[in-house]
Design a protein around this ligand. Structure first.
Ligand code: Q46
Ligand code: ZN
Ligand code: ZN
Length: 309
């Protein structure tokens, strides 16, 4: 197969876009495509400061790479969760930190590193052990901690927007799950861009229309070293099942995932109204200052025991 732009041998076939590209033109196309998405959803401008949530995986590092190639002011944040694989004992977090730091150093980029255990006294695994005796996966605790830390750094360091590496496969799988369960609240809020609210940074997903295999190919062609393993708690998640099902549909009919997601975004306002934000929280946590439902310590401060100190 030949490259659509230059006629040389193609390095990647993209039946979903009805084209194939050589390495050079693919490495040009990904930033151009991302830029179109940034503009379409009014995510941010070159004058704004962006904080990229970096996990050491292909998507977040590829996104950071693309943003800096496009000339955006993008710093990174890496949160060391202290997650260890309970089976193998391998330290997933330690590995992902090495790849994140290495990328930042190679490109002369600023990376904020927050170590959960050093800062709050316990790792995510330990907090989970204490609060659920290890009976539940740590994902909801992990999500709460990550959200809190990212919002705090974005606020304290004056970032305008928080960018995450969610790709089209992630978004389509989330949409699939939310549709199967008709979780209207989530369907209302699923968006490439969530506006800022007092205490919460604006959130953007510039890779929301990049297929996972495109993001992986980009990382590979740009020689970006990333952690291959997923978080040990990611396995078995429903979203992985949804991704597999969507991949089967995509194989039979290229473009299915893209249509499912993009057509949903077009129909979203008609189906659920324009509202993209949750009801603003008027009260503030007396310990950390982040917004809460009540004037009491927020869920994060209660979780890490900051309300007992
Ligand atoms: S890092 Fe944390 Fe994820 Fe691991 S513990 Fe679950 S939420 S799976 S994105
Ligand atoms: Zn070409
Ligand atoms: Zn708090």
């Amino acid at each position: 197969m030949k490259c659509k732009k230059c006629g040389e041998r193609a390095a990647i076939k993209m039946p979903q876009h009805n084209m194939a590209l050589c390495r050079e033109h693919f490495l040009e196309w990904i930033p151009q495509h991302t830029q179109r998405v940034i503009e379409k959803y009014h995510m941010f401008t070159p004058k704004e400061k962006i904080l990229v949530a970096v996990s050491g995986g292909k998507d977040s590092l590829a996104l950071w790479d693309v943003l800096q190639r496009l000339g955006y002011q993008a710093d990174g944040i890496y949160i060391n969760l202290g997650i260890t694989d309970p089976q193998s004992g391998l330290t997933y977090s330690a590995k992902s930190k090495i790849f994140s730091q290495q990328f930042a150093d190679q490109h002369g980029l600023k990376l904020h590193v927050v170590d959960v255990k050093e800062t709050y006294g316990e790792s995510i695994t330990e907090i989970n052990q204490r609060s659920t005796r290890g009976r539940a996966k740590p994902c909801s605790i992990c999500g709460l901690v990550k959200r809190h830390i990212m919002n705090q750094i974005a606020h304290d360091e004056g970032y305008h927007v928080l960018a995450t590496g969610h790709n089209l496969d992630d978004e389509a799988a989330t949409l699939f799950g939310n549709t199967l369960n008709w979780t209207v609240d989530m369907l209302k809020r699923q968006s490439p861009l969530l506006p800022a609210m007092p205490g919460f940074a604006r959130k953007a997903k510039p890779f929301c229309r990049i297929y996972e295999r495109e993001s992986a190919a980009y990382a590979l062609m740009r020689n970006i070293a990333y952690v291959y393993e997923e978080c040990p708690f990611a396995g078995g998640a429903r979203s992985i099942q949804y991704k597999k099902l969507l991949n089967q549909l995509e194989k039979r009919s290229p473009g299915t995932k893209m249509n499912f997601y993009v057509h949903f975004l077009k129909a979203q306002a008609e189906l659920f109204g324009e509202e993209k934000t949750a009801i603003p929280l008027e009260e503030h946590c007396p310990i950390c200052g982040q917004p809460t439902h009540s004037g009491q310590a927020c869920a994060f401060c209660r979780l890490v025991g900051a309300d007992k100190k």
